[in-house]
Design a protein around this ligand. Sequence first.
Ligand SMILES: C[S@@+](CC[C@H](N)C(=O)[O-])C[C@H]1O[C@@H](n2cnc3c(N)ncnc32)[C@H](O)[C@@H]1O
Length: 404
Amino acid sequence: MLTYPLSGSSSELVLNVLTMVLNQGKPLDRAYSHNFSGLKLAPDEQGRITLVVGDMLRRLNLYCFVAQVSIDNFEREGSKVLNAWHYFHGLDLPKMQYSLQIDAKQVDKLIADAKQLPALWDGCPEWLDELGQAQLKDKWSDERAALAKAPKRYIRVNPLKCTRAELKTRLAKEGIETTEVAGVDSALEVTSNSALFRSNCFKEGWFEQQDAGSQMVADAVNAKPGMRVVDACAGAGGKTLHIAAQMQGKGRLLAMDVEQWKLDNLKTRAKRAGAHNVETRIIASSKTIKRLKLSADRVLLDVPCSGLGVLKRNPDAKWRDTPERLPVLVDLQKQILQSYSRMVKVDGMLIYATCSIMPEENSLQVQAFLAENPHFEFIDEEHIYVADKGFDGFYLARMRRITE
Ligand SMILES: C[S@@+](CC[C@H](N)C(=O)[O-])C[C@H]1O[C@@H](n2cnc3c(N)ncnc32)[C@H](O)[C@@H]1O
Protein backbone atom coordinates (compact mmCIF):
# COMPACT_ATOMS: atom_id res chain seq x y z
CA MET A 1 0.00 0.00 0.00
CA LEU A 2 1.13 3.64 -0.39
CA THR A 3 3.09 5.27 2.43
CA TYR A 4 2.36 8.85 1.26
CA PRO A 5 -0.50 10.35 -0.77
CA LEU A 6 -0.66 10.61 -4.54
CA SER A 7 0.45 13.90 -6.06
CA GLY A 8 -2.19 16.16 -7.60
CA SER A 9 -1.25 15.15 -11.15
CA SER A 10 -1.22 11.43 -10.36
CA SER A 11 -4.63 11.82 -8.70
CA GLU A 12 -5.96 13.35 -11.93
CA LEU A 13 -4.59 10.39 -13.89
CA VAL A 14 -6.23 7.91 -11.52
CA LEU A 15 -9.57 9.69 -11.90
CA ASN A 16 -9.26 9.87 -15.69
CA VAL A 17 -8.46 6.16 -15.99
CA LEU A 18 -11.33 5.17 -13.69
CA THR A 19 -13.82 7.46 -15.44
CA MET A 20 -12.92 5.91 -18.80
CA VAL A 21 -13.43 2.41 -17.41
CA LEU A 22 -16.54 3.02 -15.32
CA ASN A 23 -18.43 5.65 -17.25
CA GLN A 24 -17.18 5.26 -20.80
CA GLY A 25 -16.92 1.43 -20.90
CA LYS A 26 -13.24 1.29 -21.96
CA PRO A 27 -11.17 -1.79 -21.01
CA LEU A 28 -8.61 -1.01 -18.30
CA ASP A 29 -5.52 -1.65 -20.44
CA ARG A 30 -6.78 0.78 -23.08
CA ALA A 31 -7.61 3.41 -20.47
CA TYR A 32 -4.03 3.12 -19.20
CA SER A 33 -2.42 3.37 -22.62
CA HIS A 34 -4.65 6.34 -23.51
CA ASN A 35 -3.71 8.23 -20.34
CA PHE A 36 -0.05 7.23 -20.07
CA SER A 37 1.01 7.64 -23.70
CA GLY A 38 3.29 10.61 -24.24
CA LEU A 39 3.93 11.05 -20.50
CA LYS A 40 7.36 10.39 -19.08
CA LEU A 41 6.21 8.81 -15.83
CA ALA A 42 8.91 7.31 -13.58
CA PRO A 43 8.27 3.54 -13.14
CA ASP A 44 7.71 4.13 -9.40
CA GLU A 45 5.03 6.75 -9.96
CA GLN A 46 3.38 4.63 -12.62
CA GLY A 47 3.42 1.73 -10.13
CA ARG A 48 1.74 3.92 -7.48
CA ILE A 49 -0.97 4.97 -9.93
CA THR A 50 -1.72 1.41 -11.05
CA LEU A 51 -1.74 0.26 -7.43
CA VAL A 52 -4.42 2.82 -6.52
CA VAL A 53 -6.50 2.20 -9.65
CA GLY A 54 -6.31 -1.58 -9.07
CA ASP A 55 -7.29 -1.37 -5.43
CA MET A 56 -10.10 1.10 -6.12
CA LEU A 57 -11.51 -1.22 -8.78
CA ARG A 58 -11.17 -4.30 -6.59
CA ARG A 59 -13.25 -2.71 -3.84
CA LEU A 60 -15.05 0.01 -5.73
CA ASN A 61 -18.44 -0.45 -4.09
CA LEU A 62 -16.82 -0.25 -0.65
CA TYR A 63 -15.01 3.03 -1.38
CA CYS A 64 -18.10 4.46 -3.09
CA PHE A 65 -20.21 3.48 -0.07
CA VAL A 66 -17.75 5.16 2.30
CA ALA A 67 -17.76 8.31 0.11
CA GLN A 68 -21.54 8.07 -0.41
CA VAL A 69 -21.12 8.30 -4.18
CA SER A 70 -23.03 6.20 -6.70
CA ILE A 71 -20.75 4.32 -9.17
CA ASP A 72 -22.77 5.87 -12.02
CA ASN A 73 -21.71 9.32 -10.80
CA PHE A 74 -18.01 8.53 -10.65
CA GLU A 75 -17.19 10.91 -13.50
CA ARG A 76 -18.51 13.89 -11.48
CA GLU A 77 -17.79 12.78 -7.93
CA GLY A 78 -14.72 10.56 -8.31
CA SER A 79 -12.50 13.02 -6.40
CA LYS A 80 -14.63 12.38 -3.30
CA VAL A 81 -14.07 8.63 -3.67
CA LEU A 82 -10.32 9.17 -4.08
CA ASN A 83 -10.29 11.31 -0.94
CA ALA A 84 -12.23 8.60 0.90
CA TRP A 85 -9.74 6.00 -0.38
CA HIS A 86 -6.82 7.99 1.07
CA TYR A 87 -8.63 8.48 4.38
CA PHE A 88 -9.54 4.76 4.54
CA HIS A 89 -5.85 3.84 4.17
CA GLY A 90 -4.69 6.33 6.83
CA LEU A 91 -3.08 8.72 4.32
CA ASP A 92 -3.26 12.52 4.12
CA LEU A 93 -5.63 13.65 1.39
CA PRO A 94 -4.06 14.37 -2.01
CA LYS A 95 -3.73 17.97 -3.15
CA MET A 96 -5.99 18.05 -6.19
CA GLN A 97 -6.72 21.30 -8.02
CA TYR A 98 -10.43 20.70 -7.67
CA SER A 99 -11.96 18.11 -5.38
CA LEU A 100 -15.09 17.28 -3.42
CA GLN A 101 -14.35 17.00 0.29
CA ILE A 102 -15.34 14.27 2.73
CA ASP A 103 -16.63 14.52 6.27
CA ALA A 104 -14.19 12.47 8.38
CA LYS A 105 -16.70 11.70 11.16
CA GLN A 106 -19.28 10.42 8.70
CA VAL A 107 -16.61 8.36 6.91
CA ASP A 108 -15.55 6.73 10.22
CA LYS A 109 -19.13 5.71 10.86
CA LEU A 110 -19.59 4.37 7.31
CA ILE A 111 -16.36 2.35 7.52
CA ALA A 112 -17.62 0.77 10.77
CA ASP A 113 -20.96 -0.02 9.06
CA ALA A 114 -19.21 -1.54 6.02
CA LYS A 115 -17.15 -3.84 8.25
CA GLN A 116 -20.38 -5.59 9.20
CA LEU A 117 -21.14 -6.38 5.54
CA PRO A 118 -18.57 -8.98 4.35
CA ALA A 119 -19.47 -8.90 0.64
CA LEU A 120 -19.24 -5.10 0.55
CA TRP A 121 -15.98 -5.22 2.51
CA ASP A 122 -14.57 -7.59 -0.13
CA GLY A 123 -15.67 -5.30 -2.95
CA CYS A 124 -18.09 -7.84 -4.35
CA PRO A 125 -21.11 -6.71 -6.42
CA GLU A 126 -24.41 -8.27 -5.34
CA TRP A 127 -24.92 -10.34 -8.51
CA LEU A 128 -21.48 -11.92 -8.12
CA ASP A 129 -21.99 -12.63 -4.44
CA GLU A 130 -25.25 -14.44 -5.19
CA LEU A 131 -23.61 -16.44 -7.99
CA GLY A 132 -20.57 -17.34 -5.87
CA GLN A 133 -22.75 -18.45 -2.94
CA ALA A 134 -24.94 -20.59 -5.20
CA GLN A 135 -21.99 -22.23 -6.99
CA LEU A 136 -19.27 -22.53 -4.36
CA LYS A 137 -21.27 -22.66 -1.11
CA ASP A 138 -18.90 -22.74 1.93
CA LYS A 139 -15.83 -22.09 -0.23
CA TRP A 140 -17.11 -18.79 -1.55
CA SER A 141 -16.33 -16.44 1.34
CA ASP A 142 -12.61 -17.32 1.27
CA GLU A 143 -12.50 -16.98 -2.52
CA ARG A 144 -14.34 -13.66 -2.39
CA ALA A 145 -11.87 -12.28 0.16
CA ALA A 146 -8.89 -13.58 -1.83
CA LEU A 147 -10.21 -11.93 -5.02
CA ALA A 148 -10.11 -8.54 -3.24
CA LYS A 149 -6.32 -8.75 -2.77
CA ALA A 150 -3.71 -7.30 -5.12
CA PRO A 151 -2.31 -9.86 -7.57
CA LYS A 152 1.35 -10.84 -7.38
CA ARG A 153 3.57 -10.57 -10.43
CA TYR A 154 4.79 -13.87 -11.85
CA ILE A 155 6.98 -14.70 -14.80
CA ARG A 156 7.73 -17.98 -16.55
CA VAL A 157 11.28 -18.89 -17.46
CA ASN A 158 11.76 -19.86 -21.10
CA PRO A 159 13.87 -23.03 -21.02
CA LEU A 160 14.52 -22.64 -24.76
CA LYS A 161 16.83 -19.76 -23.74
CA CYS A 162 17.98 -20.27 -20.12
CA THR A 163 17.39 -21.97 -16.76
CA ARG A 164 15.40 -20.43 -13.92
CA ALA A 165 18.61 -19.86 -11.91
CA GLU A 166 20.28 -18.09 -14.87
CA LEU A 167 17.23 -15.92 -15.39
CA LYS A 168 17.09 -14.98 -11.71
CA THR A 169 20.77 -13.97 -11.68
CA ARG A 170 20.56 -11.94 -14.89
CA LEU A 171 17.37 -10.17 -13.77
CA ALA A 172 19.08 -9.21 -10.49
CA LYS A 173 21.88 -7.62 -12.55
CA GLU A 174 19.17 -5.57 -14.31
CA GLY A 175 17.78 -4.47 -10.90
CA ILE A 176 14.78 -6.85 -10.92
CA GLU A 177 14.37 -8.87 -7.74
CA THR A 178 12.61 -12.25 -7.88
CA THR A 179 11.95 -15.29 -5.70
CA GLU A 180 11.36 -18.89 -6.72
CA VAL A 181 7.78 -20.16 -6.48
CA ALA A 182 7.49 -23.38 -4.51
CA GLY A 183 5.71 -26.15 -6.42
CA VAL A 184 5.88 -24.42 -9.83
CA ASP A 185 9.33 -25.11 -11.29
CA SER A 186 9.01 -22.66 -14.17
CA ALA A 187 7.83 -19.67 -12.09
CA LEU A 188 9.51 -16.68 -10.45
CA GLU A 189 7.65 -14.06 -8.43
CA VAL A 190 8.81 -10.51 -9.16
CA THR A 191 9.21 -8.75 -5.82
CA SER A 192 10.62 -5.38 -6.92
CA ASN A 193 8.61 -2.65 -8.58
CA SER A 194 10.53 -2.79 -11.84
CA ALA A 195 9.68 -2.15 -15.48
CA LEU A 196 9.91 -5.78 -16.62
CA PHE A 197 9.31 -5.25 -20.33
CA ARG A 198 12.17 -2.81 -20.72
CA SER A 199 14.68 -5.40 -19.50
CA ASN A 200 17.11 -7.09 -21.90
CA CYS A 201 16.02 -10.46 -20.50
CA PHE A 202 12.52 -9.79 -21.82
CA LYS A 203 13.66 -8.41 -25.18
CA GLU A 204 15.76 -11.55 -25.69
CA GLY A 205 12.84 -13.87 -24.83
CA TRP A 206 14.18 -15.26 -21.56
CA PHE A 207 10.78 -15.00 -19.89
CA GLU A 208 7.08 -14.30 -20.35
CA GLN A 209 4.78 -12.68 -17.83
CA GLN A 210 2.36 -15.46 -16.82
CA ASP A 211 0.52 -16.18 -13.59
CA ALA A 212 1.78 -19.22 -11.68
CA GLY A 213 -1.71 -20.81 -11.86
CA SER A 214 -1.69 -20.50 -15.62
CA GLN A 215 1.75 -22.16 -15.65
CA MET A 216 0.27 -25.11 -13.74
CA VAL A 217 -2.34 -25.54 -16.48
CA ALA A 218 0.23 -25.66 -19.29
CA ASP A 219 2.38 -28.02 -17.17
CA ALA A 220 -0.51 -30.48 -17.07
CA VAL A 221 -0.44 -30.77 -20.88
CA ASN A 222 2.85 -32.64 -20.43
CA ALA A 223 3.74 -32.42 -24.12
CA LYS A 224 6.85 -34.30 -25.25
CA PRO A 225 9.31 -33.55 -28.07
CA GLY A 226 8.07 -34.97 -31.36
CA MET A 227 4.36 -35.00 -30.45
CA ARG A 228 1.51 -33.43 -32.42
CA VAL A 229 -0.18 -30.94 -30.14
CA VAL A 230 -3.14 -28.62 -30.73
CA ASP A 231 -3.78 -25.56 -28.56
CA ALA A 232 -7.25 -24.85 -29.90
CA CYS A 233 -8.15 -21.62 -28.04
CA ALA A 234 -4.63 -20.25 -28.07
CA GLY A 235 -5.35 -16.51 -27.92
CA ALA A 236 -2.06 -14.62 -27.86
CA GLY A 237 -0.30 -17.82 -26.84
CA GLY A 238 0.41 -17.63 -23.10
CA LYS A 239 0.14 -21.41 -22.82
CA THR A 240 1.27 -22.17 -26.39
CA LEU A 241 4.74 -20.81 -25.68
CA HIS A 242 4.94 -22.84 -22.49
CA ILE A 243 3.98 -26.00 -24.40
CA ALA A 244 6.56 -25.20 -27.12
CA ALA A 245 9.21 -25.17 -24.42
CA GLN A 246 8.04 -28.57 -23.10
CA MET A 247 8.47 -29.88 -26.65
CA GLN A 248 11.99 -28.41 -26.86
CA GLY A 249 11.08 -27.04 -30.26
CA LYS A 250 10.55 -30.56 -31.68
CA GLY A 251 7.29 -31.87 -33.10
CA ARG A 252 4.24 -29.98 -34.33
CA LEU A 253 2.39 -27.42 -32.24
CA LEU A 254 -0.69 -25.96 -33.85
CA ALA A 255 -2.09 -22.82 -32.22
CA MET A 256 -5.67 -22.00 -33.25
CA ASP A 257 -8.18 -19.31 -32.43
CA VAL A 258 -11.14 -17.50 -33.98
CA GLU A 259 -9.39 -14.12 -33.79
CA GLN A 260 -6.56 -13.48 -36.24
CA TRP A 261 -5.12 -10.48 -34.36
CA LYS A 262 -4.44 -12.70 -31.35
CA LEU A 263 -2.64 -15.25 -33.51
CA ASP A 264 -0.58 -12.42 -35.07
CA ASN A 265 0.41 -11.34 -31.59
CA LEU A 266 1.29 -14.96 -30.79
CA LYS A 267 3.62 -15.13 -33.81
CA THR A 268 5.58 -12.11 -32.56
CA ARG A 269 5.88 -13.63 -29.10
CA ALA A 270 6.90 -17.04 -30.49
CA LYS A 271 9.67 -15.39 -32.51
CA ARG A 272 11.03 -13.60 -29.45
CA ALA A 273 10.85 -16.84 -27.44
CA GLY A 274 12.66 -18.89 -30.13
CA ALA A 275 9.67 -21.26 -30.33
CA HIS A 276 10.14 -22.38 -33.92
CA ASN A 277 7.72 -25.32 -33.99
CA VAL A 278 4.59 -23.17 -33.53
CA GLU A 279 2.21 -22.90 -36.47
CA THR A 280 -0.92 -20.74 -36.28
CA ARG A 281 -4.27 -21.39 -37.93
CA ILE A 282 -7.48 -19.40 -37.82
CA ILE A 283 -10.65 -21.43 -37.17
CA ALA A 284 -12.74 -20.26 -40.10
CA SER A 285 -15.45 -22.93 -39.89
CA SER A 286 -16.12 -26.40 -38.46
CA LYS A 287 -14.17 -27.80 -41.43
CA THR A 288 -10.91 -26.55 -39.90
CA ILE A 289 -11.54 -28.88 -36.96
CA LYS A 290 -12.88 -31.81 -39.00
CA ARG A 291 -9.68 -31.91 -41.09
CA LEU A 292 -7.72 -32.64 -37.91
CA LYS A 293 -9.90 -35.55 -36.81
CA LEU A 294 -8.10 -38.12 -34.60
CA SER A 295 -4.72 -36.47 -35.30
CA ALA A 296 -3.35 -35.06 -32.04
CA ASP A 297 -1.48 -36.54 -29.07
CA ARG A 298 -2.60 -33.60 -26.97
CA VAL A 299 -5.44 -31.12 -27.39
CA LEU A 300 -5.63 -28.20 -24.99
CA LEU A 301 -9.00 -26.46 -24.78
CA ASP A 302 -8.37 -23.30 -22.75
CA VAL A 303 -11.94 -22.25 -23.42
CA PRO A 304 -13.54 -18.79 -23.31
CA CYS A 305 -14.91 -18.43 -19.78
CA SER A 306 -16.27 -15.96 -17.25
CA GLY A 307 -12.76 -15.12 -16.03
CA LEU A 308 -14.08 -15.12 -12.46
CA GLY A 309 -10.83 -16.71 -11.25
CA VAL A 310 -8.73 -13.80 -12.47
CA LEU A 311 -10.70 -10.87 -11.06
CA LYS A 312 -7.74 -9.70 -8.94
CA ARG A 313 -5.93 -9.01 -12.18
CA ASN A 314 -8.95 -7.79 -14.19
CA PRO A 315 -11.05 -6.08 -11.51
CA ASP A 316 -12.81 -3.82 -14.03
CA ALA A 317 -14.74 -6.89 -15.24
CA LYS A 318 -16.73 -6.93 -11.96
CA TRP A 319 -18.33 -3.61 -12.85
CA ARG A 320 -19.04 -4.47 -16.47
CA ASP A 321 -20.17 -8.10 -16.32
CA THR A 322 -23.66 -9.41 -15.66
CA PRO A 323 -24.86 -12.84 -14.52
CA GLU A 324 -26.61 -13.31 -17.90
CA ARG A 325 -23.24 -13.88 -19.58
CA LEU A 326 -22.55 -17.15 -17.74
CA PRO A 327 -25.13 -19.47 -19.39
CA VAL A 328 -24.04 -18.21 -22.82
CA LEU A 329 -20.43 -19.07 -22.03
CA VAL A 330 -21.33 -22.46 -20.56
CA ASP A 331 -23.12 -23.29 -23.78
CA LEU A 332 -20.15 -22.23 -25.93
CA GLN A 333 -17.78 -24.29 -23.76
CA LYS A 334 -20.03 -27.32 -24.21
CA GLN A 335 -19.99 -26.91 -28.00
CA ILE A 336 -16.21 -26.47 -28.10
CA LEU A 337 -15.64 -29.56 -25.94
CA GLN A 338 -17.97 -31.63 -28.07
CA SER A 339 -16.61 -30.55 -31.42
CA TYR A 340 -12.87 -30.00 -30.76
CA SER A 341 -12.40 -33.24 -28.79
CA ARG A 342 -12.65 -34.99 -32.18
CA MET A 343 -9.06 -33.91 -32.86
CA VAL A 344 -7.66 -36.17 -30.09
CA LYS A 345 -6.30 -39.49 -31.38
CA VAL A 346 -6.80 -42.82 -29.60
CA ASP A 347 -4.64 -42.84 -26.45
CA GLY A 348 -4.17 -39.09 -26.81
CA MET A 349 -5.05 -36.61 -24.04
CA LEU A 350 -7.69 -33.90 -23.93
CA ILE A 351 -7.01 -31.08 -21.48
CA TYR A 352 -9.94 -28.82 -20.65
CA ALA A 353 -9.13 -25.60 -18.78
CA THR A 354 -10.72 -22.35 -17.62
CA CYS A 355 -9.68 -19.32 -15.61
CA SER A 356 -12.87 -19.66 -13.61
CA ILE A 357 -13.60 -21.10 -10.18
CA MET A 358 -17.27 -21.83 -10.86
CA PRO A 359 -18.25 -25.55 -10.99
CA GLU A 360 -20.74 -24.92 -13.79
CA GLU A 361 -17.86 -24.02 -16.12
CA ASN A 362 -15.54 -26.63 -14.62
CA SER A 363 -16.22 -30.05 -13.12
CA LEU A 364 -19.93 -30.01 -14.01
CA GLN A 365 -19.06 -29.23 -17.60
CA VAL A 366 -16.55 -32.10 -17.71
CA GLN A 367 -18.92 -34.56 -16.03
CA ALA A 368 -21.62 -33.75 -18.58
CA PHE A 369 -19.14 -34.24 -21.44
CA LEU A 370 -17.97 -37.61 -20.12
CA ALA A 371 -21.54 -38.78 -19.61
CA GLU A 372 -22.25 -38.17 -23.30
CA ASN A 373 -18.87 -39.31 -24.67
CA PRO A 374 -17.91 -42.89 -23.77
CA HIS A 375 -14.86 -42.57 -26.09
CA PHE A 376 -13.13 -40.66 -23.31
CA GLU A 377 -12.12 -41.63 -19.79
CA PHE A 378 -11.41 -39.28 -16.93
CA ILE A 379 -7.76 -39.07 -15.77
CA ASP A 380 -7.73 -36.31 -13.16
CA GLU A 381 -8.65 -32.70 -12.43
CA GLU A 382 -7.17 -29.79 -10.49
CA HIS A 383 -8.94 -26.86 -8.88
CA ILE A 384 -6.55 -23.95 -8.43
CA TYR A 385 -8.41 -21.78 -5.93
CA VAL A 386 -7.43 -18.15 -5.37
CA ALA A 387 -7.42 -18.51 -1.59
CA ASP A 388 -5.13 -21.56 -1.61
CA LYS A 389 -1.82 -20.31 -2.98
CA GLY A 390 -2.53 -16.73 -3.92
CA PHE A 391 -2.31 -17.55 -7.65
CA ASP A 392 -5.10 -16.68 -10.05
CA GLY A 393 -7.98 -19.17 -10.02
CA PHE A 394 -7.93 -21.89 -12.68
CA TYR A 395 -9.40 -25.31 -13.32
CA LEU A 396 -8.12 -28.14 -15.47
CA ALA A 397 -9.30 -31.65 -16.25
CA ARG A 398 -7.45 -34.34 -18.18
CA MET A 399 -9.19 -37.04 -20.19
CA ARG A 400 -7.91 -39.84 -22.42
CA ARG A 401 -9.49 -41.01 -25.67
CA ILE A 402 -9.93 -44.75 -25.40
CA THR A 403 -11.76 -45.51 -28.67
CA GLU A 404 -12.55 -43.87 -32.00
C1 LIG B 1 -9.12 -18.08 -22.14
S1 LIG B 1 -8.74 -17.41 -23.68
C2 LIG B 1 -7.27 -18.24 -24.12
C3 LIG B 1 -6.03 -17.77 -23.42
C4 LIG B 1 -4.78 -18.38 -23.98
N1 LIG B 1 -4.85 -19.82 -24.08
C5 LIG B 1 -3.57 -18.00 -23.14
O1 LIG B 1 -3.08 -18.84 -22.36
O2 LIG B 1 -3.10 -16.86 -23.29
C6 LIG B 1 -9.91 -18.14 -24.73
C7 LIG B 1 -9.66 -17.93 -26.21
O3 LIG B 1 -10.67 -18.63 -26.93
C8 LIG B 1 -10.91 -17.92 -28.12
N2 LIG B 1 -12.21 -18.41 -28.66
C9 LIG B 1 -13.45 -17.91 -28.50
N3 LIG B 1 -14.36 -18.66 -29.16
C10 LIG B 1 -13.67 -19.67 -29.73
C11 LIG B 1 -14.01 -20.79 -30.55
N4 LIG B 1 -15.27 -21.02 -30.90
N5 LIG B 1 -13.02 -21.60 -30.97
C12 LIG B 1 -11.74 -21.39 -30.63
N6 LIG B 1 -11.35 -20.35 -29.84
C13 LIG B 1 -12.30 -19.51 -29.41
C14 LIG B 1 -10.86 -16.48 -27.72
O4 LIG B 1 -10.58 -15.66 -28.83
C15 LIG B 1 -9.74 -16.49 -26.69
O5 LIG B 1 -8.52 -16.15 -27.28
